[in-house]
Write a protein that binds this ligand. Structure first.
Ligand SMILES: N[C@@H](CCC(=O)N[C@@H](CS)C(=O)NCC(=O)O)C(=O)O
Length: 231
């Protein structure tokens, strides 16, 4: 099987759920980092980005756009989309709410202080964490959508990994969620990915500045010279 190519900034961001799913599905991949506006312009000129956006996943001779499509394509390919329509529906419901929940994790590095980021994450977890816990209890398998691990569990664990980096005790009152996290992160493909050089570090100012530079966008307003990359 050819090695997949995942093109994005030099960091996790909106490519990270796809990396976890590639790992869960046992698909070898490399990260192709876009570090400059010129590299992004060349990528756009290549015609590989149907909507002009990253991430780009090159797999099976296809150019995939939209991380939500990538994770579902990989889920179908690897049998991680549930066993029937009802389980697939639960996968989609949970992946949908996880996208809402994960957004706070994605935004954390852009906040003015660590304390603000932690407060936002704690508040968001207070809303969704007990719901995830109740859903896992109802399901009864230890997973969120089906009798076995699905892509919904993978993206949930990916989001939780970000929450945990900012608020290490966040799962203390949700033991089923903590057990799900443990189960997904010890799946052999995911465990190998997390221990590898393919896993980028927790995003901070370096990542935020690099992404703004590539996109030629403003930095968060608390940063000095916030418009330095805006043309
Ligand atoms: N929903 C998309 C979001 C893609 C997205 O917003 N990509 C940003 C980088 S994180 C981008 O390429 N922005 C440039 C643009 O929209 O022109 C996904 O999850 O793949």
């Amino acid at each position: 099987m050819a090695t997949a190519r995942l093109t994005y900034f030099r960091g996790r961001g909106r490519a990270e759920t796809t990396r976890w799913m590639l790992a869960a599905a046992g698909v070898d991949f490399i990260n192709i980092a876009v570090d400059t506006p010129e590299e992004l312009a060349a990528l756009r000129a290549s015609g590989k980005l149907p909507f002009d956006q990253m991430p780009l996943l090159e797999l099976d001779g296809r150019n995939l756009s939209q991380s939500s499509a990538m994770i579902r394509y990989l889920a179908r390919r690897a049998g991680l989309y549930g066993a029937d329509d009802a389980e697939a529906m639960w996968c989609d419901m949970i992946a949908g709410v996880v996208a809402d929940f994960a957004e706070t994790g994605l935004q954390a590095a852009f906040k003015p202080t660590e304390a603000v980021a932690r407060d936002d994450l704690t508040a968001r977890f207070a809303k969704f964490g007990p719901r995830f816990e109740a859903r896992i209890a109802d399901q009864g398998s230890g997973y969120s959508a089906a009798a076995q691990m699905t892509f919904a569990d993978v993206v949930l664990a990916e989001a939780l990994s970000s929450y945990l980096e900012w608020v290490p005790d966040i799962l203390d009152a949700t033991p089923l969620l903590a057990a799900l996290y443990q189960s997904v992160t010890t799946q052999p493909g995911i465990a190998a990915y997390l221990a590898s050089d393919l896993r980028y570090p927790k995003p901070g100012d370096i990542y935020v500045i690099a992404a703004a530079r590539v996109l030629q966008r403003a930095l968060p307003p608390h940063m000095p010279d916030a418009d330095r990359f805006v043309l």
